[in-house]
Design a protein around this ligand. Structure first.
Ligand code: ATP
Length: 513
């Protein structure tokens, strides 16, 4: 099946099974805003817990914070967001569609890379075992030609972005590369304009002279302006980190690909404060630690890759993305940045207050450097959904849709089903739910045939189901069914908790990091 179709199926699955709904749907929705349904909210909370515990429980030098969404507007001046948090946009006059100029060019660069990859794949097939990719890339005329075009475009694009960006040059690149609008197929482009991504609103009544405030576009600044509060009251010593999960808002120009790019989304960010000069060492360490966190979910190491940034933001001295293989290609899920002391120094300058750290060991005061790990909850949710969604043909010829979610992230851990709705079986099943519900999320299900009930649980990723039958009333045992293998075993009710709890708990995942 084409990857595009797989993605469409995942989107409709999310809606059909109560994971994600379009916001305000009965009013025809609101662009790039989504709501999480009864199963989605559980999965999302489990992802957040997995992240939070991996930061705050596993590191005794990392603590949490929950700062407000509204902050003093000068913070966004100091951070550079008022002046520089812009995307260059361009419109196609025929389709009236709006695009990010930088994305159009990046896609063109990717096209050259795809062409090279195709040539390599063709040759690999032709030459079989004897194929030497490195030599082929070095000597093949076509590959060299694409490589040269790609490099020249990349250089021109980087120069244009670093020069402000140079909006005329960005437009010229689009014209020279003959990039067409995917909808109209024409090159009838407008000028490129800058567009600030921050939402603003007014605080206080207008009569008092209302103040323009912004909805935060990242959670990080709440950590920076509180870092000394936390350091002093928590008696933290550098190196230490502050973790935060919270909403962020960006007025994205092109919001597509479902919950990949939203206007209201959630971030999990951790800022790690280190001694100047040690930041690149810590950057390396966090890069590795974060990849391990992703890989512990068990989707396969080939689903991840690093993308080191060549073009660094003005405040960074190293940056990488962790990319995940979505049905629409490798895409950024998390960013890891060495942000130097840019943010803290800026806040010092704009607030006029000293926020230096006093190091009791060296007896000196300094502004710490910062390593940031920043991951979108919603993008993480999407990557988990995409990796878990599977359609299987069973031995009896039937097919099933199963979400092979890591058990610790699954919304429901155990479904308890009476074989029939009589003879005391429902009561027994409810008794089991009542005794286990304090340990993990259980669901009682009595409607439809057992087969249908299994399918329903498979579709939401429930790792275990138990069936209560007539024998249960006399032997105290139930049939425990495994989602992935579909094997069934007879187990005592008294053993259920210990059998399941360990396998579905967040610590079971944390131990794999
Ligand atoms: P992109 O290049 O995709 O716009 P970014 O580099 O601007 O992302 P950061 O500012 O580094 O993203 O934000 C950190 C993380 O927050 C991203 O890795 C992503 O997971 C998430 N994120 C950023 N923007 C959005 C969005 N509009 N919708 C959902 N998640 C987002």
């Amino acid at each position: 099946m084409a990857q595009e179709d797989v993605f469409k199926k995942i989107v409709s699955h999310c809606k059909e099974y109560g994971f994600v709904f379009p916001s305000s749907e009965i009013y025809d929705g609101l662009g790039a805003v989504y709501d999480y349904g009864q199963n989605g909210v559980e999965l999302k909370n489990n992802i957040k817990q997995y992240w939070w515990q991996s930061m705050v429980l596993l590191h005794d030098n990392i603590v949490g914070l929950d700062s407000a969404i509204f902050m003093h507007p000068t913070i966004w001046k100091a951070s550079g967001h008022v002046d520089a948090f812009n995307d260059p946009l361009i419109d196609n006059r025929d389709s009236k569609k709006r695009y990010r100029a930088d994305v159009l060019i990046e896609e063109q660069i990717a096209k050259y890379e795809e062409k090279m990859a195709k040539e390599v794949a063709k040759a690999a097939k032709k030459y079989g075992e004897a194929f030497n990719e490195e030599e082929f890339r070095r000597t093949n005329g076509r590959v060299l030609e694409y490589q040269a075009k790609r490099d020249a475009l990349h250089q021109r694009y980087s120069d244009a972005m670093n020069a402000g960006p140079d909006l005329n040059e960005l437009r010229q690149i689009i014209l020279d590369e003959e990039i067409v609008c995917p909808i109209s197929g024409t090159k009838n482009w407008t000028e490129v304009r800058q567009f600030n991504l921050m939402f603003s609103t007014e605080m206080g009544s207008t009569a008092d002279g209302a103040m323009k405030v912004y909805l935060r576009p990242e959670t990080a600044q709440g950590i920076f302006v509180n870092y000394l509060n936390v350091q002093k009251t928590g008696r933290m010593k550098v190196p230490f980190g502050i973790a935060q999960i919270g909403k962020a808002f960006r007025n994205e120009i092109v919001a597509r690909q479902f919950i990949f790019r939203m206007r209201e989304f959630e971030q999990m960010e951790m800022q790690f404060f280190v001694k100047p000069g040690t930041e690149l060492e810590w950057f390396k360490q966090w890069k590795e630690t974060r990849l391990k966190w992703h890989k512990a979910l068990g989707f396969g190491d080939d689903h991840y890759r690093y993308h080191d940034h060549e073009k660094l933001a003005h405040y960074a001295n190293a940056a990488t993305d962790i990319e995940f293989l979505m049905p629409f290609g490798f895409k950024e899920v998390e960013g890891i940045h060495s942000r130097t002391n840019f943010d803290l120094s800026q806040h010092e300058k704009y607030s006029g207050k000293s926020i230096k750290y006093f190091d009791p060991e060296s007896n000196e005061s300094y502004t710490p450097y910062v390593i940031e790990t920043s991951i979108g909850v919603d993008r993480m949710f999407l990557s988990v959904m995409c990796a878990s969604y599977q359609e299987e043909t069973l031995a009896n010829g039937e097919s099933r849709v199963v979400l092979k979610l890591p058990a610790a992230l699954a919304p429901v851990k155990l479904a308890v089903m009476p074989l029939v709705k009589k003879d005391g079986l429902p009561e027994k099943a409810r008794e089991i739910v009542d005794s286990l519900k304090f340990h993990f999320n259980c669901r009682y299900d009595e409607k439809d045939s057992i087969g249908k009930r299994y399918r329903r649980q498979d579709a939401i990723g429930t790792p275990y189901c138990v069936t209560v039958d007539h024998d249960t009333l006399t032997d105290g045992c139930v049939t425990l069914r495994d989602r992935d293998t579909m094997t069934q075993e007879r187990v005592a009710i008294s053993e259920l908790c210990s059998l399941i709890e360990d396998r579905v708990s967040i610590p079971s995942l944390l131990k794999k990091i």
